[in-house]
Design a protein around this ligand. Structure first.
Ligand code: NAD
Length: 416
């Protein structure tokens, strides 16, 4: 069997490696550098900055280069054909790139997303997250438009670097898709660290060094030396030739079924290009699902249990349902504070909370939301429990090592 994968982000290169491991002849066509947004201008460089006290571009580039070389080696080891160039779909079984036509039994599109902007005067004066990662100097005043994941991570990083940071969020609360209670607590923690957060703020224009915005009837302006636009991302549909092939899509992304197959059989789409949850781990899981379908192998990937983490200080992470999503259900909520945890106190990381939502009648754990140190690591035990449909009784009986932060989750489970 032959497969063509377009795009070398986590959705593309991880799926290519898996396909090749299964003995499928694999061609990976990529326009940008290996690793896509995640490695080159997203998750990884952001985490490199998170670990610094001042921006160190050399160190950040070294991290990217090392990991990119690792992917290149993996592609070589798996005997994957790498083609550099922009891919254009020619037929349901062929793709043109770098002046050549490639043919396959199935095609997976994984071309990712690009930063979105606002249709307001002066929008071009703001920079996007990719440009933000390359700043050599720390701006004295940073204004972030958008209190979502990207906006808050940069707000947190640059506050640590010493900037005066203002976040302008359109919705009544930050992180609109997260559990409201957790988002409120994160907001309070960020404000405590000196970040100004304005919610229900409608940005109307940007001029040199200034962001104009309104709240209700009142108009405001925030002066800034750097303005970051972080109002979401849009699918990278450019020049794939979707219309000619009759592949259905909306401005939000390519339309796919539960197997990630597009409206044209044999052509699949995974990751940000499908406009769902724009997360690297979702893209690679979707790639696995597409590959399984191509190979005729059923799988048990549960796309309703996706752990997500926000790498602010403190970190926030969640898995499963929010309290809002449980509305109308009979639930119990258990909470535990980091300050009652021996290791958290001993290591000076005592600010934080873990919240567990369970179904009242069955005791099944439905959602877990953590705010505090290492939340991004702790959340995976919760994801496993939710995916395995564990009850609070079963989970509460599992012995946890002492002293560890994992005991915060155990305490929250037991208090349900
Ligand atoms: P997002 O959708 O998370 O947040 C965008 C925010 O901008 C929202 O809160 C929205 O209400 C706000 N907004 C929209 N229009 C606005 C306006 N006119 N004025 C002010 N605010 C406005 O998008 P993002 O933060 O740009 O991130 C893009 C994608 O990348 C998301 O899907 C995100 O999950 C993903 N991402 C994930 C991580 C992570 O998992 N740690 C990190 C970075 C990005």
């Amino acid at each position: 069997m032959k497969i063509i994968i377009i795009g070398a982000g986590p959705g593309g290169y991880e799926t290519a490696a898996e396909a090749a491991s299964r003995g499928i002849e694999t061609v990976l066509i990529h326009e940008g550098p290996l690793g896509g947004t995640c490695l080159n201008e997203g998750c990884i460089p952001t985490k490199a900055l998170c670990a610094m006290d001042a921006p160190d571009q050399e160190r950040k580039e070294a991290v990217i280069t090392q990991l990119r070389a690792g992917i290149a080696q993996l592609m070589r080891n798996k005997l994957i054909t790498l083609v550099e160039g922009r891919a254009k779909l020619v037929s349901p079984r062929s793709v043109e790139a770098a002046g050549q036509i490639y043919e396959a039994d199935a095609i997976i599109i994984a071309t990712g997303s690009v930063s979105a902007s606002l249709p307001i005067p002066g929008a071009g004066l703001a920079i996007d997250s990719a440009a933000m990662l390359n700043l050599k100097d720390v701006p004295r005043r940073l204004c972030v438009i958008g209190g979502g994941v990207i906006g808050l991570e940069f707000a947190s990083i640059y506050r640590k670097f010493g900037s005066e940071v203002t976040v302008l969020e359109f919705c009544p609360g930050i992180l609109p898709r997260f559990d409201t209670d957790l988002a409120k607590r994160l907001k309070a923690a960020l404000v405590k660290r000196g970040i100004t957060i304005e919610t229900s703020a409608r940005v109307t224009a940007i001029s040199e060094g200034k962001v104009l915005w309104s709240k209700g009837e009142q108009e405001f302006e925030t002066e800034a030396d750097c303005i970051l636009m972080a109002v979401g991302r849009r699918p990278n549909l450019a020049s794939l030739n979707l219309d000619d092939l009759g592949i259905s899509y909306t401005p939000r992304g390519i339309t796919v079924d539960e197997n990630m197959q597009t409206s044209v059989p044999g052509i699949y789409a995974v990751g940000d290009i499908t406009g769902g949850m724009m997360l690297a781990h979702v893209a690679s899981a979707q790639g696995r699902r597409a590959l399984n379908h191509i190979c005729g192998i059923p799988d048990g990937i549960d796309f309703s249990v996706v752990p997500a983490a926000v790498f602010t200080v403190p970190e926030a992470a969640c898995a499963g349902k929010t309290e809002e999503e449980c509305e109308g259900m009979e639930t119990t909520v258990g909470k535990a504070n980091y300050r009652a945890n021996g290791k958290a106190v001993a290591s000076g990381e005592a600010d934080g909370i873990c919240k567990v939502i369970a179904d009242k009648a069955s005791g099944r754990i439905l959602g877990v939301h953590i705010l505090g140190a290492h939340a991004s690591d702790l959340i995976h035990e919760a994801a496993v429990l939710i995916a395995m449909k564990a009850t609070v009784q079963q989970a509460g009986d599992i012995i946890h090592a002492h002293p560890t932060l994992s005991e915060v989750l155990l305490s929250a489970i037991r208090s349900c």
